[in-house]
Design a protein around this ligand. Structure first.
Ligand SMILES: *[C@@H]1O[C@H](CO)[C@@H](O)[C@H](O)[C@H]1NC(C)=O
Ligand SMILES: *[C@@H]1O[C@H](CO)[C@@H](O)[C@H](O)[C@H]1NC(C)=O
Length: 208
């Protein structure tokens, strides 16, 4: 089941509609003792994976070469910070959720989020979480509110709303950082992105 969930994070990756560019991430924390890394992170720009990280690594690895130019390294530094921050948040979420439910054994906590720029200049950002592979809670970037997908997640909503430091980090991320980085990628990586197109990850896994 855990293995399926690991593969499952890639199943979340879907091609965006034509006329849309997107920056997306998929993160997951897993209980200790599975033999799998306790956290995994995948970052995509359009349909190209640009970074990969898991808790057995010192730091995230950059998978594209076009970020090594202009102010790309500055963006990469910030990105590294966000990826490691996301790992902390996921671990914190997993520990608190497992504790809240008095669960034992192996559990997973996932988040996925991103931002989109459409050709008509409209923008969209989103963030949602899953516990044990099921929708748990989501964050509305417009209204800045957490919405529990299941009644059991209400405690988490309160916990997040009380954590002003984390709230500020996601506000900065989803209101600015995500779009700024996506725009930069489109400006400096566009050629590569178009050339690589949609072949970077091939999905041989049936997505359920
Ligand atoms: C974690 O990272 C290591 C080192 O890059 C890699 O060999 C391994 O396949 C990764 N595991 C997962 C589940 O991503
Ligand atoms: C978890 O255990 C504590 C103490 O035994 C109990 O008060 C609480 O209601 C339990 N929580 C759930 C969700 O069952």
């Amino acid at each position: 089941m855990i293995r399926m969930t690991v593969l499952g994070i890639l199943c979340w990756v879907h091609a965006a509609a034509a006329g849309t560019h997107s920056l997306q991430f998929f993160g997951m924390a897993t209980s200790k003792g599975t033999g799998l890394p306790q956290s995994v992170y995948v970052g995509m720009v359009d349909d190209v994976q640009y970074t990969s990280y898991n808790s057995t690594m010192d730091k995230p690895v950059l998978l594209t070469d076009w970020m090594n130019k202009i102010n790309g390294r500055e963006f990469w530094k910030k990105r590294t910070w966000y990826i490691l921050q996301n790992e902390q948040t996921l671990k914190w979420s997993l520990i608190n959720t497992v504790q809240h439910f008095n669960h034992t054994g192996v559990h997973t906590y996932q988040n996925m989020g991103g931002c989109e720029l459409h050709d008509d200049r409209t923008k969209r950002a989103y963030l949602s979480h899953a516990y044990d592979g099921k929708d748990f809670i989501s964050f509305d970037v417009e209204t800045l509110t957490w919405t529990a997908a299941v009644p059991q997640a209400v405690f988490y909503k309160h916990m997040r709303e009380a954590n002003t430091e984390l709230q500020q980090i996601i506000l900065d991320y989803f209101r600015q950082e995500c779009f700024q980085f996506l725009e930069w990628c489109l400006q400096y990586g566009m050629e590569t992105l178009q050339r690589k197109g949609k072949v970077t990850i091939s999905y041989s896994i049936p997505c359920v």
